[in-house]
Design a protein around this ligand. Structure first.
Ligand code: APR
Length: 247
């Protein structure tokens, strides 16, 4: 894979780089992407039927059990070369905003400082009634646990289908995309709104946009560059090129 020299040059000279990641970046850590078929016990369920407030109201036990299983997968996973390359990229450019649609926390574990967690974090809990984040001490054991304060069911602190993105999170993400010089869209199918609109926003504000994904997406026709490969291979290579031009 050849990394275009113009892209390396643009990243090097950028005042602000935005990286938008999706589940593809964690695929090489063994976390299946959202559109991959589920395995084992959960093969007969579709995420779209479990990750909704309606599903949680209807059958909180099943939804909680699904999240408990996903939390185990995330806890066992390790950040990969793609996550690590982005953490290093953050230290090499003047300013980098990392926006992730992933809820697995692998960017932070790889050393990224303050990613914008667009869809929340699977390890965190929230009171279903009060909608506030709860510490472990504030949760009473159960399937699902109960809020110590109001007795309501506890849910994972993630954005479910049909729910809106936290306002301050959306504001931070849109401001970054409207003002960046370069945006890298990594491992996302660019199909789920409003996240998919972020790269379009950057394009409309004249940023240079590059997609890193083995497959084409609705963003591909308008992106300036499409680097067809796995994030764990392409991102370290991009970093090597960047270091080469630094020295
Ligand atoms: N490196 C880079 N990209 C990859 C890799 C890899 N190793 N493996 C797969 N991909 C790409 C796929 O080609 C696909 O385009 O990752 C993308 C994964 O797409 P989705 O599963 O749709 O994930 P994502 O775009 O993150 O979904 C967005 O949708 O279901 C909701 O909330 C969920 O955050 C999720 C959101």
């Amino acid at each position: 894979m050849t990394i275009p020299a113009e892209l390396v040059h643009a990243i090097r000279g950028a005042g602000h780089v935005v990286v938008l990641t999706g589940s593809g970046i964690s695929a090489e850590s063994g976390i299946p992407t959202f559109r991959d078929a589920q395995t084992g016990t959960w093969a007969r369920f579709r995420p779209e039927d479990l990750a909704t407030p309606q599903a949680f109201r209807r059958d909180p036990e099943t939804v909680w059990a699904w999240y408990a299983w996903r939390r185990e997968t995330v806890a066992e996973a390790q950040p990969n070369a793609g996550h690590r390359a982005l953490a290093e990229l953050e230290r090499r450019v003047s300013k980098l905003t990392l926006i992730t649609q992933n809820v697995d926390g692998l960017h932070q574990r790889a050393g990224s400082r303050e990613p914008v967690e667009f869809h929340g974090n699977i390890m965190a809990n929230r009171c279903f009634a009060e909608q506030r984040r709860l510490t472990d001490d504030e949760c009473l054991p159960g399937t699902p646990p109960r809020c110590r304060d109001c007795g309501s069911a506890v849910r994972p602190d993630v954005v479910w289908f049909g729910e809106s993105i936290d306002e301050s999170v959306l504001e931070r993400a849109t401001t970054a995309c409207a003002t960046c010089d370069v945006l890298l869209s990594v491992g996302t199918s660019s199909q789920v709104q409003p996240a998919a609109g972020l790269a379009e926003l950057a394009l409309s504000c004249n940023a240079l946009v590059a997609e890193i994904n083995p497959a084409s997406t609705p963003l591909s026709p308008t992106a300036h560059y499409c680097l067809r490969g796995a994030a764990g291979a392409v991102l370290p290579q991009l970093l090597t090129e960047l270091k080469g031009t630094d020295e």
